[in-house]
Design a protein around this ligand. Structure first.
Ligand SMILES: NC(=O)c1ccc[n+]([C@@H]2O[C@H](COP(=O)([O-])OP(=O)(O)OC[C@H]3O[C@@H](n4cnc5c(N)ncnc54)[C@H](OP(=O)(O)O)[C@@H]3O)[C@@H](O)[C@H]2O)c1
Length: 221
């Protein structure tokens, strides 16, 4: 796959850092977006130690969204829409990958989906049809992504209304070392988002620390 510019908004955080490490090692140009340039620059410096051959760039979120071919939103649910508001004008015609899980502390082990049905659907409603929102990576723990040598067993459910955009994100999941599946329209992101609270509950039992889902049955015929 050709090199793309992937802008990660809130890329200073746990999940954004993990995706940046994986996609930068896959050869993409990474832009780390933040509310402040200084914080983005610190994250880029840290990334340079891990992926010296593919240096990332630091920008404020709006500049990052403008520069990205693909834009990824990696901020907490409470700040999903306020962050999108600051970049909305730069997203027209682009893929916006939304990783948001609508966790509402303190009850993060309880499924609490928003009134729109899911965080992914909420982003699509907010941005309008000219932005191709694709929801993915809700069930992957950030610390697994941050270890670039680790083989991640967990699959990725990929939902979105635009089939080509969904396919591109499945490829990006593969480039990050995971198996992605077409899981239908953006409304279906409710299932992946809800699963995260289930996985948190399973982890709490303490027998495994990184529970995940795997789609089986592909060799049945
Ligand atoms: N962590 C995981 O294992 C995991 C797994 C699957 C999905 N997710 C989802 O991924 C998203 C990010 O999770 P995370 O754990 O990476 O979050 P995080 O580290 O707590 O925060 C990510 C970034 O969000 C930005 N942010 C924080 N407060 C903000 C505010 N008030 N307004 C705008 N931006 C703000 C910050 O960037 P700046 O300060 O640089 O602007 C921060 O570095 C969440 O929606 C989460 O549900 C996380």
């Amino acid at each position: 796959m050709a090199q793309e510019t992937i802008a990660i908004l809130g890329g200073t955080g746990d999940l954004g850092t993990g995706l940046a490490i994986r996609w930068s090692r896959a050869g993409h140009r990474i832009i780390i977006g933040s509310r402040t340039l200084e914080k983005a620059q610190a994250a880029v410096t840290a990334l340079a130690d891990i992926s010296p051959d593919t240096p990332a760039e630091a920008m404020e979120n709006a500049d990052a969204a403008k520069a990205g071919d693909v834009v990824v939103l990696t901020v907490p649910f409470a700040h999903q829409l306020s962050t999108l508001e600051t970049v909305k004008t730069h997203l027209s015609g682009k893929i916006l990958i939304d990783v948001t899980v609508p966790l509402m502390p303190p009850k993060v082990g309880t499924v609490q989906l928003p009134a729109e049905g899911s965080a992914g659907k909420r982003a699509q409603d907010f941005l309008g049809a000219e932005v191709k929102v694709v929801s993915a990576f809700q069930n992957i723990a950030a610390d697994l992504l941050q270890d670039p040598e680790l083989r991640i067993e967990c699959d990725v459910l990929v939902t979105g209304n635009d089939k080509e955009a969904r396919q591109r994100v499945i490829e990006l999941a593969s480039e990050a070392g995971m198996n992605g599946w077409h899981a239908g329209p953006i409304a279906n992101s409710a299932a992946a988002e809800a699963l995260t609270s289930i996985l948190i509950q399973i982890n709490r039992q303490g027998k495994i620390s990184h529970s995940g889902i795997k789609i089986v049955g592909q060799d049945a015929h």
